[in-house]
Every structure is written in structure tokens, then in C-alpha cells.
Design a binder for this molecule. Structure first.
Ligand code: ADP
Ligand code: F6P
Length: 320
């Protein structure tokens, strides 16, 4: 059986570990593995490469993705999908493991509908915005990278008695912001799920100052508000010197943490076994107990990832 693997959407640390696990499992079970380059572009343009046990050695600790990734508009068209179907037939590919986010799953289902190729999704995105899994591949590394930056920023905030607004990634989900805020001891968090009343936040910052607490870090998810606007409002209302730091793409790269490597490895083995068993249209996730679980891709696309609302209270009660 010939099984393909591709990475799609934004890169995430741990994608390589997932690719390695898929390839090694397929070969260990007697199948053949191929890599599809640059996400769905590789299917549209027929960029398919053979992958051996050796091709995936030494990549478990590497950030990015050896297969490269892309956002491919052409694949959203019927012509693009027909070209992808032709590539699949030409290369004798029976199933594909697709590491990416919800957009990539929409593509996976479109592909299955067009040509019947079996597709299994693995959640690969730093945003942790996919329902049906406690964690996505790359989230833990991104959080730890942002946390390291926040710990450094805290030094300057303390030394200068400044307020810092730190903007982290998270297109439509505050998971990174919340996790980083909790772990970094931030004073406040602003996420798409719950924005804060700026007047109230400024009142709290001033009250902390009056009590002698001079350092303050406000973590903002990019999808909730621009860090620059939040910083400008704080300065305007409180008169306190405020600096804004946008962490940006440093959160996407770097060597994956142990958690991301192990998560990606377990998910990769599960995805390959599902494909080899003839399953399709499923996503692999992990549950609260750490076990791998599967959900229909259709269901995943109908649900919304929910940030645990009780965490806002945990942050508020500890940020005094
Ligand atoms: P992510 O997978 O991280 O959510 P995107 O939303 O950018 O990232 O989606 C990745 C790719 O999946 C897109 O560039 C496109 O090639 C494909 N894709 C997204 N939505 C669809 C769709 N509705 N139909 C077909 N392909 C899609
Ligand atoms: O989905 C991952 C992510 O890093 C988001 O947090 C962010 O909004 C987006 O991708 C940035 O995308 P790009 O790298 O295309 O600018």
C-alpha cells in the first residue's frame, strides 16, 4: 500500500516528528511511503517524492517541515482538485496523512470527495484551535518560546517600572495567550473569547501601582486586539510608560519540545495505522488522559474549539 504524507497551512514545531512517525510506521508495516511537497501545491503540481526510513532520520528535533508547507488557493478550485486527483492516480497513492489545521481538513474532505483517496488529519498548528483534541502539534513549543520572551520582558518591566503589552499569535483563539499568561504570571490577558474592558484594566493597573506593584504584563492574542492599540490606550488613560512587544513568527519556529515530539509521534503512528486499515475522513486527537482518539473530520469542522472559561478566573485571582 502506498501512503502519502503532507504538511499544510502554517508550519508548526513537531510537524517533522509527525512525518517521521507516519513514514516509519508505513514502512514497518510493509507499505511504501511518499512525501507530497508544499502542502496541496504538491498534489496540484505533482511534487511527490519517495521517503525511506533514512529520509526521515535526524528530523525529530527539527522545527519547520522537511516537506515544506503552503497555503494553496489553486487547490480550492475544481480544476486544482482535479489536478490533485490526477497526481494521486498517477502515483498510485491510496491514502494521505495530512498535518495541518481546519482549512487543511476542508481540503482533505474535498479531495476524498473528488477522487476517493483516503485521508486522515493530524492537528498541526501552534494555535491549539482544533476541537476534538486537547493539544495540537506545535502548541507546547510555541507557548514555551513565548514564555521565554515574557520572562525576559518581565526583567525590563521590573527594572523600569513599565507596563508591557505582549502580543502573541492566535488568529481566532486565545489558547497561546492564556497559557503564556498563566505560566508567565501576567497581570491580564486579552483574547478573542473574552476581551477586557479597557477602563477597568487601566483602573486595576493604577490600583496595583498605588499598592507598590510597579511591573505589569498584559498578554494580548493577535486575534483579539492589536497590541499597539492596547498599549496606546493604557498610556493615554493611566499616563504610565508602556511598551509593546509583538512576538510574531519566533513562536512558529524552533526545535519542538518533548511534549510536541511525543504527541506528533503518537499521532503519526495512529494516522498511518488508520490509513493502512482502510479508514478515512478522520482526525487523530488526544484526550484528557493522553490517549489518542479519532473523530470524523466533518464533526471537527462543525465544532468550535473552546477555551476553558475557568482559566480567566484563575488568572484574575492570581494577578493581584
Ligand atoms: P490551516 O490548515 O492551518 O487551517 P489554511 O486555512 O491556510 O491553514 O488551509 C490550508 C490549505 O488548505 C489552504 O491553503 C488550501 O489549500 C486548503 N483549503 C482550505 N480551505 C479549503 C476548502 N474549503 N476547500 C479546499 N481546500 C481548502
Ligand atoms: O495558524 C498559525 C498562525 O501562526 C496564526 O497564529 C497566525 O495568525 C498565522 O498563522 C500567521 O500566518 P502567516 O505565517 O501566513 O503570516
Amino acid at each position: 500500500m502506498r501512503i502519502g504524507v503532507l504538511t499544510s497551512g502554517g508550519d508548526a514545531p513537531g510537524m517533522n516528528a509527525a512525518v517521521r512517525a507516519v513514514v516509519r510506521t508505513v514502512i514497518a508495516r510493509g507499505g511504501e511511503a511518499v512525501g507530497i511537497e508544499r502542502g496541496y501545491h504538491g498534489l496540484v503540481d505533482d511534487h511527490v517524492i519517495p521517503l525511506s526510513l533514512h529520509s526521515v532520520s535526524g528530523i525529530i528535533d527539527q522545527g519547520g517541515t522537511i516537506l515544506k508547507t503552503a497555503r494553496c488557493e489553486q487547490f480550492k478550485t475544481p480544476e486544482g482538485q482535479a489536478a490533485a486527483a490526477a497526481t494521486i492516480a498517477r502515483n498510485g497513492i491510496e491514502g494521505i496523512a495530512i498535518v495541518g489545521g481546519d482549512g487543511s481538513y476542508r481540503g482533505a474532505l474535498a479531495l476524498n470527495k473528488t477522487c476517493g483517496a483516503h485521508v486522515i488529519g493530524l492537528p498541526g498548528t501552534i494555535d491549539n484551535d482544533i476541537p476534538g483534541t486537547l493539544y495540537t502539534i506545535g502548541f507546547d513549543t510555541a507557548v514555551n518560546t513565548a514564555l521565554e520572551a515574557i520572562d525576559r520582558i518581565r526583567d525590563t518591566s521590573e527594572s523600569h517600572d513599565r507596563v508591557f503589552v505582549v502580543e502573541v499569535m492566535g488568529r481566532a483563539d486565545g489558547s497561546i495567550a492564556m497559557e503564556v499568561a498563566l505560566a508567565g504570571g501576567a497581570e491580564a490577558v486579552i483574547t478573542p473569547e473574552r476581551r477586557v474592558e479597557m477602563v477597568e484594566l487601566c483602573r486595576r493597573i493604577q490600583a496595583w501601582r498605588e499598592r507598590g506593584k510597579m511591573s505589569c504584563i498584559v498578554v494580548v492574542a493577535e486575534g483579539a486586539a492589536g497590541g499597539a492599540a492596547v498599549g496606546a490606550t493604557i498610556t493615554q488613560v493611566t499616563g504610565i510608560e508602556t511598551r509593546v512587544s509583538v512576538l510574531g513568527h519566533i513562536q512558529r519556529g524552533g526545535s519542538p519540545t518533548a511534549r510536541d515530539r511525543s504527541l506528533a509521534t503518537r499521532m503519526g503512528v495512529c494516522a498511518a495505522d488508520l490509513l493502512l486499515a482502510g479508514s478515512t475522513n478522520l482526525m487523530v486527537g488526544v484526550d484528557e488522559g493522553g490517549a489518542t482518539v479519532t473523530h470524523p473530520l466533518e464533526e471537527i469542522l462543525q465544532q468550535e474549539h473552546k477555551l476553558d472559561a475557568s482559566l480567566f478566573d484563575v488568572l484574575e485571582v492570581t494577578a493581584t
